[in-house]
Write a protein that binds this ligand. Sequence first.
Ligand SMILES: [Zn+2]
Length: 679
Amino acid sequence: MLTNYHHDPILAVYYYPKPQWGIPQLKSDLDAFAASGLKQVWLFFDPFYDVADMAGLKALLDHAASVSLGIVPALGQFLQLHEHPEVKIVNADGTTSDDPRYWNMGCFRQPKLFELASGRSVGFFRDFGEHPALYHIEGKPLMNFVHEAYYRNNVPEFGSGPMHPNCYCPHCLEAFRDYLAAHNLDPETPAPKTNADPVLWQHWIDCHAEAIPEFLRRLIAVTNLQMPVWATHECNDFYPASWQSVHTGNDWWRMGAVLDFGHEDMYPLEFDTRYQCYVYDYTKDIMRSATGFNKLVTCNGQAFNSWLGYKLPENSMMEQIYSALSHGALGLVWWTELPGLDSHTDYTEIRPDRLTSPRYKMISQTEKANQRYVELVSKLQDYQLTQAKVALLYSWTTMSQELADDHTYDTLLTYMALVQNGYPIDVLSEEHVAAGLLQQRGYQALLVMGVAAVPMATQTAITEFLDAGGLVIADYAPTLNADFVPLFGQWRGQAESKPRVYTLPNDTPIPVQLAAAPLNPPLHAEVLASFEDGTPAICRIQQGQGTLVLGGSYFGWDYTNYPGYYDLAAMFPFHTRRDEILRRFLADLLKSAGIFPPAESSHPDVEVGVWHTSPKDAYVLLVTNHLQETVRTTVRLMVGIGHWTIQTPDVQWHQDGHEVVVELELTRLDGTAIEVIKA
Ligand SMILES: [Zn+2]
């Protein structure tokens, strides 16, 4: 880990000032940020360069230094589509993507984009690289290279249709020719407009996914020639949880590979009317994975009300900091509400009161969370996040071939069930698995949910993991085409009729929510559950030294329909469906293979993140109440032999053999940290 980082961590606010606000306003804003306990400002500096107001930018930086606020420059919208229409994304049907809102900056292979972006990033360090306000880690400044880079040709978050195939501009077509040549394929093969040829389509999607990482790599490299910097990039919010990332060009693993630090933009309450805190957790675990599990990972925090008009619940900021730390994010950047955040959005038309609300109402509410966050990051200096024994496979190939969210949501909703069962989870890419990470990082179980298409090398590595003694849990996966086949297809049957329900070993019926097909397992398989017509629904199959649990329905979809909580659930219970018996069945599958969570909370909506020293003679438990009501829970932490004690005052606890048992009551969305040490 980085030297001294824990005592000067990233705890910042995004700031998108406009020069015309005037210097007194800028100073007043910075004073408010400092008074809220923030340590840095992630500054969108483009507006000053847009109007060549270097004196205004210098005054801002000078004042930041005078109030001890570090500055992290952030490249924002350095290009306007109406000024450079030649950079527009070209869609499969030949139309262009013309809506300038939501950070649509055109195609990342357009030379003009690189010219303008690099001009800004190099220019900033040329002009201000020695300014004392810049935040440094180990002597190097940090830069956020582009806020949300994506190929944007629709706005599904705001009600329009899904993303569609792009980009067919001359630069992308040329890149595809180079890609084909590099893969020993005919470079004259036309770029596919549809997925009619699955193999060619996969090449096209894979090539598309290289555009943004390559843009970032070059941009970072040219900036480093001006001044060596730490490079991060704000990976944009929901897209890892959506198949549409194959069209937005956002493969976080390819992007993470070119960054020094990972950073992401998910919020618990943004594009939906209600909380989605498990997506907030999930993106952090994906970011850790995408940056190779050994880099600093930071995240955004939500200090604004939903764009759709819904209010951030009371105490949400506490829930966010505990959730972030429980999933390894040791830096946090609040996005907040200031009038005129972004001149290219029409958010104010959605919520006119934004302009009249008191300017610092939201950011000033972060003060308590900021103080707690700084204390906790400092405390965690000698601790590490508990290594996950359970991995989930994120299948880019399934997303590309399926063009639907059956796999992605099955994975996310299963992730939620596992987190509620107390398991830390690593989300692995297909490349990770193919490269042998399952063995290298010592996982004991791999879950492959709705995985209908994977590269051959990944498939081989999964079989090897199984043969070597691993537990693999796989569920329903459809046959999409003849070129990509689902995992364990030899034991999957045809759905002659559509199964509607299966019965678990404890006689509990579980309704099929999305799709299912009976299994056709080998003779030695143990049938754990059957569909209503008696055909096998879940089987345990011994293979080599390992065990495969194969399901004929989507476990994640069957478990729940929502990765979070509805605060109006008491009034509208039909909003969320959860099958607690299926969740416990999943936990029992892991436990029967000897895989136990490091800590368990008796209340599934109270999460426990476990950090420990090495060797394990001290723990920090980060306990988060995800519900908007006061709850009681019993937390059981597995500890080694000997006598243990709790350092945190006023906590009711006892030791029960190899477990430390803590009784807790937490108010709505609150968290607490418990220190457990060997006596
Ligand atoms: Zn293009």
